[in-house]
Design a protein around this ligand. Sequence first.
Ligand SMILES: Nc1ncnc2c1ncn2[C@@H]1O[C@H](COP(=O)(O)OP(=O)(O)OP(=O)(O)O)[C@@H](O)[C@H]1O
Ligand SMILES: [Mg+2]
Length: 239
Amino acid sequence: MLFELDQVFYSRAGLEVLRGLSARLPSGASCLFGPSGSGKSTTLRLLNRLIDPDRGRVLYEGSPVEQRDVLELRREVCLVPQLPALIGGSVADNVAYGPRLSGHSFDSRAPLELAGLDASFAERPADRLSVGEQQRVMLARALALQPRVLLLDEPTAALDAAATAAVERTLADLRERTAISIVLVTHSEEQARRLADWVVRIDRGRTVAEGPAEQTIALEIAPEPSPQPAAEGERGRAR
Ligand SMILES: Nc1ncnc2c1ncn2[C@@H]1O[C@H](COP(=O)(O)OP(=O)(O)OP(=O)(O)O)[C@@H](O)[C@H]1O
Ligand SMILES: [Mg+2]
């Protein structure tokens, strides 16, 4: 199993964001799917230790994530955030940024091409790109680190239908051409179906279903039972 989360609790500002969440994410393309505020981004950030749980365990390939060197882990398990955050300079400067930090010269053409951007993008100023193009530069920047796993937080949330289709094609292509695993966050049922083999459905900080995409997405999720017994009047009406 690529990742396993076991009874994970995480609170912020007095709010229990994750409430004993357990999930398994196999290699290949998997997806965290659920409504806004359910804890998808929080769960994703646990996987490469951008945050640590208050309680519970996160395993990467069978070992607790905290046993790994954190910088090495983040290079291997690379998160692409929901909103593009490029540095000044050219597209090539952005893509080469990570590898150059470790003192290597770097050719940005291959990651750009994998991310669906042709070589003419390399010298374009990064601040004069559409959001969809920026999203793909973010992807190229992550690919330049030669990750084993990409964590993608709603990679098409800011895009229109055409740009969404282009990014989805890029991701499908990446799956065919590389062995990189993908964990995708989405609140779109259709996107989960199109891109993922395995789906973990999250609702109010817990896993409510997990399994092969087709079965899991089709499930009706019941509302949480009320902790209080029904009032006398309501029971009367139910009869
Ligand atoms: N650092 C934080 N401080 C306070 N509250 C937080 C923090 N991080 C997350 N939360 C809260 O935790 C809940 C889950 O947040 P999270 O970002 O994981 O949801 P999400 O499922 O990704 O939602 P969306 O689909 O809107 O991105 C939300 O109610 C959010 O306000
Ligand atoms: Mg989110």
